[in-house]
Every structure is written in C-alpha cells, then in structure tokens.
Write a protein that binds this ligand. Sequence first.
Ligand SMILES: Nc1ncnc2c1ncn2[C@@H]1O[C@H](COP(=O)(O)OP(=O)(O)OP(=O)(O)O)[C@@H](O)[C@H]1O
Ligand SMILES: [Mg+2]
Length: 363
Amino acid sequence: MSLTPEQILHALARVQDPDLHRDIVALGFVKRLQIDGGRVSFAIELTTPACPVREQLKTQAEEAVRTVPGVTSVDVTMTSQVRSSVAMSSAPAAAHVANLKNIIPIASGKGGVGKSTVSANLAVALAATGAKVGLLDADVYGPTIPTLLGVTAQPEITAEQRMIPIERYGLKVISMGFFMKPDEAVVWRGPMLHKTVQQFLSGVEWGELDYLLCDLPPGTGDVQLSLCQLIPVTGAVIVSTPQDVALNVAQKAIAMFKKLNVPILGVIENMSAFVCSHCGTREEIFGSGGARQTAERMRLPFLGDIPLETALRKASDAGTPIVLSDPSSPVAQAFTRVAQQLAAQASIRAMQGAGSGQPVVTF
Ligand SMILES: Nc1ncnc2c1ncn2[C@@H]1O[C@H](COP(=O)(O)OP(=O)(O)OP(=O)(O)O)[C@@H](O)[C@H]1O
Ligand SMILES: [Mg+2]
C-alpha cells in the first residue's frame, strides 16, 4: 500500500505550535508535501524566521512522520513568511505604511533605561535571522541611533521629496539625528513633533519590511501619542530596569498605551544582574526580576532580561551593536532570545488578527 498525503498530514497534526496553541496542519504551515515511495518531503512555513521553537518543531515533525508505517526517509525544509499584524485601519497614515508588516514602538516610562540600546540590538538580532527590518529613531529630542550604529551619512531625498533610509548592518534606518548638527537641540512643540513623526512614517521609502522597530523618547509625551494615532501599530514593547522607581513609571507607560488601545507585546528587563568579568560574582545593582513580576502581575508577556554589561556599553559607544561585534557573548545571546520572543508575540497578534479585518486585539 502506498503512502497517502492524508496519512502524513494526520501524523503532522500531532505537532503543536506552543505559542499559537494549534497544530501545524491546522495553522497551514505545512507546504509542498511530496511522497515518493517511502520518501516524504515537505516544508514548514513559520510566521517568522526568528521563531524560538524552530528546531523543536522541525524535530517533532520529523519524528511524527517517521512513525507512519512505510516511511523510509523524511526531509523537512524550514521556511518563513512573516504575517502582517497591521490589519486594515482608518488611522490617517495607514495607507503609507501598508508594506510594513509589523510596527513595534519600544517605550519606557523613565529615561536612560536602555531603550535605544535594546532597539538597536533587537533590530540587528531580527535581521540576522533573515527578516527585513527597519529602525526608526523616533527620539526627536535626543536621537542616539546614529551613534549606536556608527552612521554619519545623510539620507538621500528623491525627486518626490521622499527620504531613502540609510542601510546599515542589514537594517534600514531613519533618525532625526541624520539631519541635525551634533550640538543642536530640538525645542519643538507638539504640532511640529506630530508633523515630523508623520514625515518619518509616510515620507520614507521603507520598501517592504517584516518589522519596523521605533525607538521612542522616554515617557508618555507627544511623540508617543502621534505615533500611535497616525499608524496602526502592532504593539508596544516596554523596557524597564528592575528598580521600583523605573517599574512604577513603566506602569504609567503601559497605562498610556492601554488608553490609546495599543496592545503591549511584552516587557523587557534591562540592566538585570551584573556578573563581574574578573571573579564571576553576580551583583544585583538595580535589583533583579522586578520587571518579570510586574509583567506577570499585569498579565503581560515577559520577553526576557538583558544583563548589565560593560562590554555592551562599550560596543554601543563604538557604533557596533554587541549582537554583531560579539555574537557569542551572554549579553548578545540574551538579545537574540528576546528578539525571538518578540517575534513570537508579533506572530501571535498577526494570527489573532488574521481574517478579522479589524485592528488586532487590544487588552
Ligand atoms: N544592559 C546594559 N549594560 C550596560 N550598559 C547599558 C545597558 N543598557 C544600556 N546601557 C547604557 O546605558 C546608557 C543609556 O542607554 P540608552 O541610551 O539605550 O537608554 P535610553 O532608554 O534610550 O535613554 P533615553 O531615555 O535618554 O532615550 C547608555 O550609555 C548605554 O550604553
Ligand atoms: Mg534613547
């Protein structure tokens, strides 16, 4: 008796995606199934190349198919197609960002907690998986992305007056800093900021992007409001240090997004425990675990923690994110894990919103 596609799909239906809580056949992930005698081959198309359980799903799928009597070999190809979590929207600039599949603001309640450092490293970690990634430095008061990525060039402007983002480390990048002199200060008021944010969203030739990360200024001001009102964002990421004071203001930022009907994709704890490079002693300078507890209490996903590391600060100052300059370091690996969790949360939003034609689920 020869093998049938139904037999193989039946076996594959035992493989569950742990984030989406459905099996890979029902999710439509199994593609290009071919049966040649006892040889079975197929592709599993994930919703992100940064899937944290990619290898696990591959192994489980292979094992499931091997249990079917008559199967002699299994060949699984892992692919991905990032889904858009940005459903049809009446937001004013929605049409301009239609080719941006996931728009993710990175926010914090308090300044200096590491938003920009986290944004830059997450962006390169996502790009390293093969995703198409953009980074918008929306901190129009104190743009630091040009320094973090070592960019001194100025974007070209097309005949239609549209900005071409700078390409750096596989990312497309736009920052107010590209247009300012180093010692210049920005003293704009609300309406002007709104216009600038609008320009950065609709006046940039982003092309097609899987993820656009937006590094926000600290707090809950005009830029945050403009961004969330102008475009349909996937959901915000909140960065906090483990200190109580930072966590208290992080909760205010969360409350603001909630009011704006913007989902929270998750919380990241930055500057977690410091491990001494000489003696290995672990010191919890700002405390530890507070952001995880806050996330759990507020029923928000916790995306992971990033240790306090001198090497991270040095790499940032030198203009190369540590994910690229020292990818095997514990801090770079922490960023990679957080990037995978973030991509998984964006996929969950996309799958929840798929087909509904409505903006993705809020709280
Ligand atoms: N995990 C870390 N370990 C060591 N240094 C860090 C870490 N995270 C951030 N830093 C350093 O802390 C400083 C502030 O970080 P960053 O500029 O990313 O914060 P921010 O939240 O974007 O600040 P702002 O609110 O001013 O925009 C920088 O010097 C950065 O290199
Ligand atoms: Mg910053």
